[in-house]
Ligand binder design. Structure first.
Ligand code: XCC
Ligand code: SF4
Length: 657
């Protein structure tokens, strides 16, 4: 059990309140419920009813003779399949919404970003010349759907990878054919008595994960951008201080932008605000949680309340009228935690009911009407708020988010000269040592937000540019790492580049499905010139600190399969088979040019990743990284930035200060 539960003082404050009020949260349950030592290393198989078989002590094989390697590989492949299914089913629903909108059945949705529509149409092979956007949109939706259960040789977006990478996949026979097909095939292969060669199972695991990253997730991002707009920089706020004492607080939690975008619209309607006032509230205040937060932050600047482990504590503030959830990362514990409070938990997805929660089923055909119904339910609940139970931790941080691939491209050369040249050049000359994607969840087995923010800070100190998504992005937001001021702790070379281009050293790129944005950025860096020809040549690394979900396993795997060595910061869930551990590290280095590490120590992970980045630089024959070579003059720190010491003290600023 971690000594300290969270590095976020708002969480610490609310945990004290929860304890005083007798509320049991995930933090308490992490103390009373120990992780199973057998399952946590994949020493258990329950794929048939002769088991579950425990491969511990002297037991080398299961009843059927399955080896430790087979069992660990099957477990890993199934984790990938489940994670890929979650992301991809989300992508499918986005496509169905686009289709309904273009066929006139979903009047509250439309094509917001025509430029993106045309770009996506181009890589899906859909003609755009002289055609109406609704017609193109319909074809894009249908073509997207055909990538799921396809009869194709490859999903369309495989073409978006650098040619060399495509070759690697084709040579190994792991270019994904259809998103659904690869997931089904994992389940088939891992059924009792089928594929029983660990390496062969894992090859297919790679293929399935690629179907997620370059298939389902990428299409989810693309269609979200078409429907709701491609993100550009927005300023916003984060942490519990964004809740309002006087307004109706609605927390939007989950993953999809479909409903949440309309709740944002509904909450801004004059009749809704009037209605809130008629109930004694000053207005309506929205705050996001988990990846829905990221979706509406990136496009609308809606404030972010917190990440995965914060959800029950939102209730404990006593100030939240409704937590509206759609899919994924929603703890069942919300319902029990809400019992002693007035907060209503509202489930909305046909795919995610929770026993005991309120339910307003979402239907894209009547989207606005339903969004208003939800907002009204929250408003009606406002009079039930008991003032003496309210405690809103007074912590807020400012942030800048909204860095889509398109924006990064535009930012480095304007609309006529879009490129990644400045970034590549500065990596080549060593001002920027390399880049890292830091994603990841929250995990109650370790100190909340600690490894997340530690790793990001260490990387930027070492002149490594960071891109972030998901719950890591939210941890960074809360800790003040998404502000330009954070340049004060960045290494001098990185700082100089960030100041010149006008970007913060930590770039928030969106939700978990938006890790696909990172893939396309990597593809462009690799083909821009000067940094090799394949993603695996780039001086970059991946991290997933505090990861917990199967989605994280799928993401980690597709990032590795794309050529980026990745550190999952946490215990090794497949370590019962040293053979499998070797296959996904040394083995995958040979196959896909990148290794998949599970490392519990964040410090060690950072050191290994820096060494890896330097080795990639050396292989490219780039300038050796030298931290004192650039930007040594004090004038590089503009006077209006706070001093190092003051900034460090103020990492958590009190609201309004
Ligand atoms: Fe869920 Fe996407 Fe993990 Fe956060 S980071 S806990 S998966 S919300 Ni993807
Ligand atoms: Fe045991 Fe084999 Fe059945 Fe797994 S598939 S539970 S190892 S008998």
């Amino acid at each position: 059990m971690p000594e300290k539960k969270s590095v976020d003082p708002a969480i610490t404050e609310l945990l004290d309140k929860a304890m005083a009020e007798g509320i049991n949260t995930v933090f308490d349950r992490a103390e009373t419920t120990k992780a199973c030592p057998i399952g946590s290393v994949s020493a258990c198989c329950k794929n048939c009813s002769m088991g579950p078989c425990r491969l511990t002590g002297k037991t080398e094989v299961g009843l059927c003779g399955a080896t430790k390697a087979t069992i660990a590989a099957r477990n890993l492949a199934r984790d990938i399949a489940s994670g890929a299914a979650a992301h991809s089913d989300h992508g499918r629903d986005m496509a169905l919404t686009l289709l309904a909108a273009c066929e006139g059945h979903a009047p509250d949705y439309g094509i917001k970003d025509e430029r993106k529509l045309k770009a996506v149409a181009a890589y899906l092979g859909i003609p755009t010349e002289g055609r109406d956007k609704v017609e193109i949109g319909r074809d894009v939706a249908l073509a997207t759907l055909s990538n799921f259960s396809s009869t194709k040789a490859e999903v369309d977006s495989v073409k978006r990878a650098p040619p060399k990478r495509q070759e690697v996949w084709r040579n190994l026979g792991i270019a994904p054919r259809g998103v659904d097909r690869e997931i089904v095939e994992v389940l088939h292969r891992t059924h009792a008595g089928n594929d029983q060669d660990a390496e062969h199972i894992l090859d297919h695991g790679l293929r399935c994960a690629l179907g997620d990253g370059w298939g389902g997730s990428m299409l989810a991002t693309d269609i979200s951008d078409i429907l709701f707009g491609t993100p550009g920089p927005v300023a916003a706020r984060s942490n519990f201080g964004v809740l309002s004492e006087t307004e109706v607080n609605i927390v939007i939690h989950g993953h999809e932008p479909t409903l949440s975008e309309l709740i944002v619209a509904a909450a801004g309607e004059p009749d809704m605000i009037e209605y809130a006032k008629s109930k004694g509230a000053a207005g309506i205040n929205l705050a996001g949680m988990c990846c829905t937060a990221n979706e509406i932050l990136m496009r609308q600047g809606v404030p972010v309340l917190g990440n995965y482990l914060s959800q029950e504590l939102a209730i404990v503030t006593g100030a939240v009228e409704a937590i509206v959830v759609d899919i994924q990362c929603i703890m069942q514990g919300l319902v029990a935690a809400a019992k002693p409070y007035h907060t209503k938990i509202v489930t909305t997805s046909p795919k995610a009911h929770i026993t005991g929660a309120s339910r307003i089923q979402f239907d894209e055909h009547r989207a606005m009407e339903i969004a208003k119904e939800i907002v009204k339910l929250a408003i009606d609940n406002f009079p039930n708020r008991s003032k003496n139970k309210v405690q809103i931790p007074n912590y807020v941080n400012h942030l800048v988010a909204g860095f889509s691939h398109e924006y990064l491209n535009y930012m480095q050369g304007g609309i006529y000269r879009e490129s990644f040249r400045p970034l590549n050049d500065n990596i080549m000359n060593g001002r920027i040592r390399g880049a890292a994607g830091v994603v990841g969840c929250n995990n109650a087995r370790v100190t909340h937000d600690d490894a997340q923010t530690y790793i990001v800070k260490e990387l930027i100190k070492n002149d490594v540019l960071v891109v972030t998504t998901g719950c890591n992005a939210i941890a960074c937001a809360k800790l003040g790492l998404l502000t330009p001021e954070v340049m004060n702790i960045a290494g001098p070379g990185l700082r100089e580049v960030c100041q010149t281009i006008g970007i913060p050293p930590v770039l928030h790129m969106g939700s978990c499905v938006d890790n696909s944005r990172i893939l396309t950025v990597l593809a462009q860096c690799a083909t821009e010139g000067g940094l090799g020809e394949d993603i695996s040549d780039l001086p970059v690394a991946g991290f997933a600190p505090e990861w917990m979900s199967e989605k994280a396993i799928s993401i980690g795997t597709y990032v590795v399969a794309s050529g980026v060595t990745t550190w999952m910061v946490g215990h090794h869930p497949y370590s019962n088979s040293p053979e499998v551990v070797d296959m996904i590290t040394e083995g995958w280095k040979k196959k896909v040019g990148a290794a998949y590490y599970f490392e519990p120590d964040p410090e060690k992970a950072v050191l290994e990743a820096l060494a890896h980045i330097d080795a990639k630089r050396a292989a490219l024959k780039l300038e050796e990284y030298n931290p004192t070579r650039y930007a040594q003059s004090e004038t590089y720190l503009p006077a209006d930035y706070t001093s190092h010491e003051n900034f460090a003290k103020g990492l958590y600023s009190r609201a309004g200060v």
